[in-house]
Design a protein around this ligand. Structure first.
Ligand SMILES: NC(=O)C1=CN([C@@H]2O[C@H](COP(=O)(O)OP(=O)(O)OC[C@H]3O[C@@H](n4cnc5c(N)ncnc54)[C@H](O)[C@@H]3O)[C@@H](O)[C@H]2O)C=CC1
Ligand SMILES: O=C(O)C1=NCCCC1
Length: 309
C-alpha cells in the first residue's frame, strides 16, 4: 500500500530551505522553462478565481519539471484586506506528487516558499541585470516580500546603503529596525528611489508607486507586485523607456497591468538570458517583471521534501 502523504509545516520548511541551494535550483529551472518543450517544463497559465465579496483571489498553480522530477500544484490566496490582521495577505499550500505514479507525497506550507522563491528569482535577475558595482538598494514596501528580498539580496550582493519606503512611516521604521544596521527608512518613494542602483517594488499597490523620472539611468527595477491586468506598480515612463525582462512572456502579457496598460515590449524572459540566447543589457535601465511561476514552487517544494528524507 502507498505511504500516507507527509505534512510539512512552515517551521520545517523554514528550517531546511536555504537561499544558496534555492537560487541555484531556480536558475536552472528558469533556464529550462525558457527552452520550451525541450526544457521539460510543463506549466499551463494559472487559474485565478476572484472571491469578490471578500476582495480576495485564489490562484491555482500546477507545474511539472522532468529535469527536477518535480510535480506539484500550489494553492495561494491573496487578500489585501488581511493587512494588519491575524492572517497574512498571502497564504499558500503546496501539494507535491510523485511524477512516477501520480500519488501524493506531501502537503506542505507554501507561504515561506512563496516568500523565498520570489525573492530568490529577483536575486537571479539582479545577478544578471543589475549595473556593475551596484551600491544602493531601494525597497518600496515593507511586508513579507520586502523581508525576503532584503535577506537574499544582502546575502548575495554587497550594498553599502539600503533604503526602504512604505505606505506608513511606522511600517518603514519597523522594517528598518528589524533588518538592523544598514537600512534607513525614507519619507517618500521618490526620496528612496533617486540614485538607487537596484530598486525592488513589493507593494500591494494598484496604482504606480514608482515613476520613471526618479529612476537612475542604468538601474535595475525588480517589479514584483501588481499581478493583475488592471493593477500598476510603476508608470508608463519607466515601462516604455526600460528594457523589459519577464519570468514568463505569456503570464506577463495576460496578467501584468504594468505590461498590458503601458504597451511596453517584452525584450526577453530571464531564462533566455540565463541560457545565453538573449543578452543582459546591464548598461541600460532594465525592468524585471516578476509574476511568479508554478515551476518555481514545484522545484522549491521538491528541494524541501528531499532535504527532509
Ligand atoms: N511576483 C511574484 O512571484 C509574487 C508577487 N507577490 C506580490 O508582491 C507584493 C507584496 O507581497 P507581500 O509582501 O506578501 O505583501 P504584504 O501584505 O506582506 O506587504 C505589502 C506591502 O505593501 C504596502 N502597501 C499596501 N498597499 C499599498 C499601496 N497602495 N501603496 C503602497 N504600498 C502599499 C503595505 O504597507 C506593505 O508594506 C504583492 O503585490 C503580492 O501580490 C507575492 C508573491 C509572489
Ligand atoms: O506566484 C505567486 O505565488 C503569486 N503571484 C502573484 C500574487 C500572488 C502570489
Amino acid at each position: 500500500m502507498a505511504n500516507l502523504p507527509t505534512y510539512i509545516g512552515a517551521e520545517q520548511v523554514q528550517s531546511v530551505l536555504r537561499y544558496d541551494a534555492l537560487v541555484a535550483r531556480l536558475e536552472v529551472a528558469l533556464g529550462r522553462f525558457s527552452l520550451g518543450a525541450a526544457g521539460g517544463v510543463v506549466q499551463p497559465l494559472r487559474a485565478i478565481v476572484p472571491v469578490s465579496p471578500h476582495s480576495g483571489w485564489l490562484l491555482v498553480m500546477p507545474a511539472y519539471s522532468a529535469g527536477d522530477e518535480a510535480l506539484a500544484t500550489k494553492l495561494v490566496t491573496s487578500y489585501s484586506g488581511n493587512a494588519g490582521g491575524p492572517f497574512p495577505t498571502h497564504q499558500a499550500t503546496i501539494l507535491l506528487l510523485d511524477p512516477a505514479n501520480g500519488s501524493l507525497r506531501a502537503i506542505m506550507d507554501g507561504r515561506i516558499i512563496t516568500d523565498m522563491r520570489t525573492a530568490a528569482v529577483s536575486a537571479i535577475a539582479t545577478k544578471y541585470l543589475s549595473p556593475p558595482e551596484s551600491r544602493i538598494l531601494c525597497i518600496l514596501g515593507a511586508g513579507a516580500q520586502a523581508h525576503s528580498h532584503y535577506q537574499v539580496l544582502m546575502q548575495m550582493f554587497h550594498f553599502d546603503e539600503v533604503r526602504v519606503w512604505s505606505q506608513t512611516w511606522e511600517s518603514a521604521e519597523r522594517f528598518a529596525g528589524a533588518a538592523g544596521g544598514a537600512v534607513t527608512p525614507r519619507r517618500s518613494a521618490e526620496e528612496a528611489a533617486r540614485g538607487a542602483d537596484v530598486i525592488v517594488t513589493v507593494t500591494m499597490a494598484t496604482d504606480p508607486v514608482l515613476r520613471g523620472a526618479w529612476v537612475k539611468p542604468g538601474a535595475l527595477v525588480n517589479v514584483v507586485g501588481a499581478n493583475r491586468p488592471t493593477w500598476r506598480e510603476v508608470d508608463d515612463d519607466l515601462m516604455q523607456s526600460a528594457v523589459i525582462y519577464v519570468d514568463c512572456r505569456e503570464a506577463a502579457s495576460r496578467e501584468s497591468g504594468d505590461i498590458i496598460l503601458s504597451g511596453a515590449n517584452i525584450f526577453a524572459e530571464l531564462g533566455e538570458v540565463i541560457n545565453g540566447s538573449k543578452p543582459a543589457h546591464r548598461e541600460k535601465t532594465t525592468v524585471f517583471k516578476s509574476q511568479g511561476l508554478a515551476v518555481e514552487d514545484a522545484v522549491a517544494a521538491k528541494l524541501v521534501y528531499d532535504s527532509l528524507q
